[in-house]
Design a protein around this ligand. Structure first.
Ligand code: PLP
Length: 402
């Protein structure tokens, strides 16, 4: 049957396939060195420990863990998350301010559902997390990009944008930010700017979505606190995930928010999946309770720091003149600029076919369509040898275009 477009709701035309997921397909299928996805190293997955916890969990609490759970999430996990958040400086009055999610990606989709009316203004960093753009787009907002430098969003640029919008009688619904070890740019918003951002949010009355998957994956100490911990007005909605600190296959994230927001998250989630798997939540609960997360973090950070340094060294050795890149203090990515005449979106297909190396073209992360000469490079997944060889191949492909 040829399916006519009219069968589909109009908003499906706004659903975009993620270039990252397309690239991941190639990587799984082919013999390609991938700097594409944001995958953790499988070496960091505590397999034996998980087998033991699941076996014990099912024999001791099988009736509960194999049953439907509440939409908010396992009470025991939310209690552990409350302590975990307090350790991060985020005080939550009650576990009802925490909702467990099927990955923090689910939280991004819920944000669209509960906040965005067609035409609403949403502010995002330039560049920003691609899957957040793709989650918001079907709700047809006006996405406005904010310029960044090595200290995160430039406050003058934000203030000018806010003034301009106000002069047009437009109100910002929310600002979405990954303030610490940003994906894809690898930068961290400075403490001073964090304070300023909160002041502007209060003055112009908008919400802040703080997406925080990477602030524990650190290679150098940082001196910034989560925005949520500085939030005295309840206008920050905080998202985080077990994907990078335990395992992404568990699909476990959570949101911390004032109760009015948390209640709406629960309502939206109910119709999406009723609840997140109680069995998988139990693994995360035990990982927090037994201190496995903190213990594993040390190993994860040591491993990724070595890989980050290897990639920085390879970039220095092989990349041609006219290129520059970030030195992230944490997270999984280096963001690179190549000479302006090289279009990284065009180059990537050649890289994959001819050089057997993949990256994510940076343009997809810019809501204003800029960044045509940028690329995001992941260093957590490839091996040390692959990092060296892959960067060498990538450099060759770039040089050919100059
Ligand atoms: C900034 C950001 N937000 C959200 C996510 C989604 O994480 P999860 O695996 O919890 O859905 C990621 C994953 O890479 C991310 O980088």
């Amino acid at each position: 049957m040829v399916v006519p477009e009219t069968f589909f709701a109009e908003r499906t035309s706004l659903l975009k396939t993620s270039e990252i997921r397309e690239l991941l397909k190639w990587v799984v299928e082919g013999d390609i060195i991938s700097f594409g996805g944001g995958m953790p190293s499988p070496a960091t997955f505590p397999r034996q420990w998980i087998i033991k916890i699941v076996t014990e969990g099912i024999s001791e609490h099988g009736d509960k863990l194999l049953q439907y759970g509440t939409t908010q999430g396992l009470k025991e996990l939310r209690l552990e998350l409350k302590n975990f958040m307090e350790w991060r400086g985020i005080k939550t009055p009650s576990i009802d301010n925490i909702v467990v999610l099927s990955g923090s990606q689910q939280g991004l989709d819920i944000l669209g559902r509960i906040f965005i009316n067609q035409g609403d203004t949403v502010l995002m960093e330039l560049p920003t997390y691609l899957a957040a753009i793709n989650a918001f787009k079907p709700y047809n907002p006006e996405l406005i990009g904010l310029k960044m430098d090595d200290k995160g969003i430039i406050m003058e640029s934000l203030e000018n944008t806010l003034k301009e919008l106000k002069s047009k009688n437009k109100k910002v619904k929310f600002l979405y930010t990954v303030p610490t070890c940003q994906n894809p740019a690898g930068v961290t918003l400075s403490e001073e700017r964090r304070k300023h951002l909160l002041e502007l949010a209060s003055e112009y009355d908008f919400l802040i979505i703080e997406d925080d998957p990477y602030s524990l994956i650190l290679y150098e100490p940082i001196h910034v606190a989560p925005l949520k911990s500085m939030d005295t007005e309840g206008r920050v909605i905080y998202l985080s995930t077990f994907s990078k600190i335990l395992s992404p296959g568990l699909r476990l994230g959570w949101v911390v928010a004032d109760s009015d927001f948390a209640d709406k998250f629960v309502l939206a989630k109910q119709s999406m999946d009723l609840c997140t798997s109680p069995l998988l939540q139990y693994i995360a609960y035990m990982a927090l309770k037994k201190g496995l997360i903190q213990k594993n973090l040390k190993e994860i950070c040591t491993l990724y720091k070595t890989k980050r340094d290897k990639m920085l060294e390879a970039l220095e050795t092989y990349f041609p003149e006219g290129c520059k890149w970030t030195t992230p203090i944490g997270g999984l990515f280096i963001f690179a600029w190549v000479p302006e005449k090289v279009n990284t979106k065009e180059l990537v297909y050649e890289c994959v076919k001819k050089y057997k190396v993949a990256y994510v073209p940076g343009q997809s992360f810019f809501v204003d369509g800029s960044g045509t000469n940028t690329m995001r490079l992941n260093f957590s997944y490839p091996s040390m040898d692959e990092i060296e060889e892959g960067i060498k191949r990538l450099a060759q492909a770039i040089k050919e275009k100059l």
